[in-house]
Design a protein. Structure first.
Length: 734
């Protein structure tokens, strides 16, 4: 390094560097001992890039972690023209070549930026409320989101228990020091530290997606192959191609749902491997499967989802206003009070898209939303998507339909996992030499059209595997402990909303509700044929039948519930669903249903068996059996992953409730392993209390069996939570 050849104007961020074009190499990077241009801050590698100062200067990226960009495009090695802008991490260097010298001058990385130095104040408050020093009006920003403090000339940032976290250099933080070049993400807003000042970039809700050499290989088969693609903020892009071409796979990689096995993915110039969590809430994904509860109305769906997707400190008025806005955008005002089950296919799809728009994501990926719609509806949907895009959202539309493609800004044709065309829709026919787009689908020779297009500029590089869904960062857990009241309030709100949701679901599904309520009276009637209606004394087997019936009824009630909505839960979990709230709501609903069934059970039993007297003890024990069965059914449902598998698995779980209850073989005569297994069945403690209360005349609650039943149910609830977390993290896949 020739330090004297560099003539920095100053050490400030606006410093200029000038070098003669005499064949020397100028190194740019973080390491001041070897670099001629030393830059601090996140995204700058130790030795980031080198400029060869020949007659025509050339810039070469030195395998930097965040890459080197020339006028926004990622480069490996290219000629450096005068007037170009070179991006190194968060720094942008303007290039000027004149009189045998090359000069590099710092410029702001974004055209619009506001500085907050913190001078004269100890703290800069950031949030959605107008009382903050920096007011950010967006659904993903909490009312009081974070605070930047100044002490002894040093900056630090503290998250104030926000719903969507505060991210420093891609990682969620509680409290952290801010250094030169650090990048902070709060919702869709970006801040950075430069010259000891905290600066905000004004561009809101914009995400630029850059894919370079992306590849996906599953079980040795190439699904995506060397995909190079850039999607600008606010663009309406259509992914075209035959079934199995790789459109959905590419969209899942771009949205961070799936890990590429090779290549590099950047979001706003930041590597997705490190910043995926910071951008996750800014990318919405509308699956081909309509993830809506058919029993709810349009308005109930939007208001329920607004509580899940908007920050927990949002007021009821803010949530209602946002729901009204989405209702208007999606043109569903007239269908406001109609149930989802009664909507047309087009209306249901519009509502499905609207749910994803509640949090105003920067990018919305639509997976086959036009499938099965008639041409007239397709035209209306395309116009609707165009209007949504014109409001500032980036839309990526995966489709087989070719109507109204002129409304898109760009068409991307994919075949065999390769991008064969990317450009204006009107140019696709000329590119492939056909008269109409439909003829493109007939082309099967990839080498004829793909060789030139797929000559990638950069070799694919292995990257760190992304998780399908980021676990809750330690910063968020810390925020939950720092703000227990706020966390408890959010938990209570979601629990109440979800409990009301499932209460409505049960009550509105009248056919299913009638079947559930009819089970216990019918089974009691069958018991009457077994034990005679006028039996004088009830044997122990009678109480065993009541126990097992209660457990089986509860299990049958719940076995379908979770498995049927796992894809919906997976999406809601990614958007803010509290899993503990969900489990609590499910158990609360199951308890209410169990209480109703227990009452019907004992009323029908007293009516059928003339000598059976009503007792609170019997009612409580029947309720306990049905609730335990419900919890068991919920666990089977979530562990199975699909309704069919859950129904097939339930008998395997319920039959041991008979074998190891102690009715067939007394425990003292049972094999040792059998006795140990019996302690894992809910039938043993319930039946044991039945025997002690009705045969030994002991009081109801003074038995260790209640403790055993409680511990068993607690263990099942823990298994429920673990299995639910695992299933939803995998996208609800079976």
């Amino acid at each position: 390094m020739n330090q004297s050849a560099s003539t920095p104007a100053s050490a400030a961020p606006q410093a200029a560097y000038s070098f003669p074009l005499d064949g020397r190499e100028i190194r740019i990077g973080r390491d001041g001992t070897v670099c001629d241009v030393c830059l601090a801050g996140f995204g700058v590698s130790r030795q980031h890039a080198v400029i060869r100062c020949g007659e025509r200067p050339v810039i070469i990226d030195l395998d930097s972690s965040c890459g080197t960009r020339l006028d926004g495009e990622l480069i490996k090695e290219t000629v450096l023209p005068s007037g170009a802008a070179v991006t190194i991490g968060i720094h942008v260097l303007q290039v000027f070549i004149d009189d045998g010298y090359i000069s590099l001058t710092h410029v702001n990385s974004d055209e619009y930026a506001t500085e907050f130095s913190g001078e004269g104040a100890d703290a800069i408050k950031i949030g959605r409320d107008s009382a903050n020093d920096i007011c950010l009006h967006h659904p993903m920003v909490s009312r009081f989101h974070a605070v930047v403090k100044t002490a002894d000339g040093k900056l630090s940032i503290t998250d104030l228990g926000s719903a969507n976290s505060t991210y420093l250099n891609g990682c969620a933080v509680g409290t952290a020091a801010l250094g030169e070049g650090d990048v902070v993400h709060i919702g869709p807003f970006r801040f950075y530290v430069t010259g000891g000042k905290f600066c905000r970039i004004e561009a809101i809700n914009k995400i630029r997606i850059d894919a370079h050499g992306l590849g996906v290989r599953i079980k040795g088969k190439k699904i995506l192959d060397n995909v190079n693609l850039t999607i600008e903020p606010g663009a309406f892009v259509a992914f075209l191609g035959a079934s199995g071409a790789g459109k959905s796979m590419l969209s899942k990689v771009l949205s961070g749902q799936l890990a590429p096995t090779s290549g590099r993915l950047f979001l706003n110039g930041f590597p997705a491997t490190k910043f995926s969590a910071a951008f996750a809430r800014g990318i919405g994904y509308v699956s081909q499967q309509i993830l809506l509860r058919p029993e709810l109305t349009v308005w109930e769906t939007l208001t329920d989802q607004s509580l899940i997707r908007l920050p927990g400190d949002s007021t009821a008025r803010e949530r209602l206003i946002r729901a009204e806005e989405v209702l208007d955008i999606m043109e569903l005002t007239r269908q406001r009070d109609r149930r989802v089950a009664n909507l047309s296919g087009g209306e249901a799809r519009r509502l499905h898209v609207g749910v994803e728009l509640l949090a105003s994501p920067a990018v919305v990926i639509l997976d086959e939303p036009l499938a099965g719609l008639d041409p007239g509806l397709i035209g209306k949907f395309m116009q609707l998507f165009r209007r949504i895009c014109d409001k500032g959202h980036t839309l990526i539309l995966i489709t087989h339909n070719l109507e109204k493609l002129e409304l898109c800004d760009r068409a991307v044709y994919i075949q065999g996992g390769k991008v064969l065309f990317s450009g204006a829709p009107g140019e696709i026919c000329a590119h492939f030499g056909v008269e109409e787009i439909a003829r493109v689908y007939d082309q099967t020779n990839l080498s004829e059209f793909g060789a030139e297009v797929e000559a990638g500029k950069h070799a694919a590089e292995p990257i760190t595997v992304l998780k399908l869904q980021q676990p809750q960062p330690r910063g968020e857990w810390a925020a939950a402990f720092r703000r227990p009241l706020q966390t408890a309030t959010l938990f209570a709100r979601q629990t109440c909303v979800l409990t009301a949701r499932y209460g409505r679901v049960y009550l509105r599904d009248r056919r299913n509700m009638l079947l559930l309520m009819a089970q216990t009276p019918l089974i009691t009637l069958l018991l009457g044929f077994v034990y005679k209606f006028n039996i004088l004394q009830f044997p122990i087997s009678f109480y065993f039948c009541l126990t097992v019936t209660g457990i089986w009824v509860g299990g049958l009630d719940a076995v379908r519930e979770v498995a049927a909505e796992l894809p919906l839960l997976a999406r809601e979990s990614k958007c803010g669903l509290n899993r503990v709230s969900y489990i609590t709501a499910r158990i609360a609903t199951a308890a209410a249903l169990s209480a109703s069934q227990a009452v019907l059970f004992i009323i029908s039993a007293v009516a059928i068996f003339h000598n059976l007297e009503f007792s609170i003890e019997l009612l409580i024990l029947l309720f306990a059996a049905i609730v335990a069965g419900n919890v068991l059914g919920l666990v089977v449902s979530v562990c199975s992953g699909s309704v069919g598998r859950a129904i097939s698995t339930l008998p395997i779980v319920l039959i041991p409730q008979i074998f190891f209850s102690g009715i067939l073989v007394q425990f003292e005569y049972m094999a040792e392993l059998g006795r140990q297994i019996s302690h894992l069945t809910v039938s043993r403690p319930v039946f044991s209390v039945m025997k002690q209360v009705f045969f030994l005349d002991r009081p109801l609650f003074w038995h260790s069996d209640w403790t055993e039943l409680f511990l068993l149910c607690a263990g099942l609830i823990i298994i429920f939570w673990v299995a639910l977390s695992w299933r939803t993290s995998r996208g609800g896949a079976a």
